[in-house]
Write a protein that binds this ligand. Sequence first.
Ligand SMILES: [Zn+2]
Length: 189
Amino acid sequence: MLLRAIQAIISMTVQLIEAGLHASGIDVRLPGVTIPRDVRSACKLSAIEPEIIRTVCCPQCFSLIARPIPWKCQWKASPKSRLCNTELWKLRNTRSGPKWVPRCLYTTQSFDSWLQFFLLRQVIEDSLQETYNRHRTSRRSAAFGAEMHDVQDSPAWQGLYDSVQSAHHLIFAVYIDWFNPYTNKISGK
Ligand SMILES: [Zn+2]
């Protein structure tokens, strides 16, 4: 709706400018501006549509299933345990009739295409360069045991930059702060 309203405003503005110019004796036909009508085509045009990877997943044990996908989950807790045996497919009614589809999908975003999108942003480029320059020119590593205000003050963090050759030498880390081995009921918060 918003995209359509913007389209109407732009078209109206172009028409008004043309009418104004016509009144001053200048006959000119300005090119029209076409903007996408729905969010999906807007995302496609601006190349911000994420590349999604969907992997079939067991709805019971959450194992990821490689193709070809069997009818039932073959996962076992140990070689002597019983099979999980959960059904992996379900029938879904589609316009072209009933169709077998996976019951559960695990969805991730392609890291390579996400990285491309991330580095296309000027603010990221500038920040990477700024961080790189800062670490090249001033080493503000705190000594072990000294007061630190941020994880970036730590000698270990600073050490990461010793082998970095350019602003585009990137290091990625994975953080998890929800893993609870004994569940909340037993171990509390
Ligand atoms: Zn399973």
